[in-house]
Write a protein that binds this ligand. Sequence first.
Ligand SMILES: [Zn+2]
Length: 485
Amino acid sequence: MKAGSGAAPRPAPAEVRLFNTLGRRLEPIEPIEPGSLSLYTCGPTVYNHAHIGNLRTFLFEDLLKRSLRLLGYRVLHVMNLTDVDDKTIRGARERGVSLDEFTAPYIESFFADLDRLGVDPADVYPRATRHIPEMIEMIGRLIERGVAYVADGSVWFRIAADEDYGKLSGIRLEEVRQGARVAQDEYEKEDVRDFVLWKGAKEGEPAWDSPWGPGRPGWHIECSAMSARYLGETFDIHCGGVDNLFPHHENEIAQSESASGRPFVRIWLHAEHLIVDGQKMSKSLGNQFTLGELLERGLSPRAIRFALIAVHYRQKLNFTFDGVRAGAAALRRVDEMRFRLAHAAAPAAPSETLTPRLETFRRDFAAALADDLNISAALAALFELVRDLNVEIEAGRIGGEDREVIEAALREADSVLGVLFVDEAGREAGGGTDDAEIEAILARRVEARRRRDFAESDRLRDELAARGIVLEDTPRGTRWKRRSD
Ligand SMILES: [Zn+2]
């Protein structure tokens, strides 16, 4: 899938407001460089296939980026790939392969998922293992500034040296207690709350040389070092899932601001959790679906994309198969309107109300997204437009002649949604009722006639007629054609 390229850039609206986790309030975005936004989003740890919870976050970020572009901004987007950490190292060891060999298929699967779901690729996907020198450099600076220290071949961030630690998550230092992920006896650190920047090498683990001996970077330093490399020490927007808020993002702030002495990020955005059938996702419940599993169960990429973007990012998304199907049915209403429009006769006189109606839609759709990505209001504007256009087609006030301007407005909206001008498989398509869909309905009708279910057969004939398809039953089977007006 691709974003509609036909959308003309529009001037930035007076105000795009987003809910900044830092400070917990709606704020207007004020780009560092007028008209441009720098965006960093935490990428996957490539030790297995992404599950729908991960995909929800990636699709929220896609919706954000596409919305900002519609609203007139250029966006430079960086997303990291975590290809070295405890899980990737364990996985590689269990299979007896190198780290790169182990992560390669998961990196490929990640990109394939994004592609199937129509996600606009980031500008850069830096890999942790390819940016070790940048991380070593930043750790060196933190040691120089006295906020990090070496102990037993590892390097730790001294939390007590960071006065505003906790400003993102609101956590208080006293609450950061023992029992964190690293067992006490494994590493020597000054304070149990300190977190690791560089882990001294252990037997059999992949390691890189550093001034503190062989080892590997901690997870948090990756994002600080790679965002600085590609976006600078201060950039506009940083996103992730709520589960990254603490400690990952809190630690990123501590590292980056201590190293540069400058504010790290202007606006932090976090996508809420996804739950499945009202329940938390977990391995034991078997509901941590991957995209591949959802497709096997008969959901289409287009329907899944729509389901994952249609709920506001700060709300929990309850993923249900019925919910996805209901969303797909709503999209088909748009397809059907477009198909009807394409086959409607030209009206006697050009419509006077069409242009202002489309302008209202464009304005409402963009204004909704500018208001902290209010997707519900944006979709309401779309479905209201479809309803109004259906009335106009029915009344013979608009027809095939008007198709071009209507399609242009829809394409503009679809440069954000990415679900209208694609087929069910997510491939770019004109939309409407295509030949494959007609053939599928015909096949169902043949099957109904074989069962001598003539009521169903007639119903399918009517369904096709409503879409402008005329059937002709012949001794050698059924032929169909589009009604010519
Ligand atoms: Zn990160």
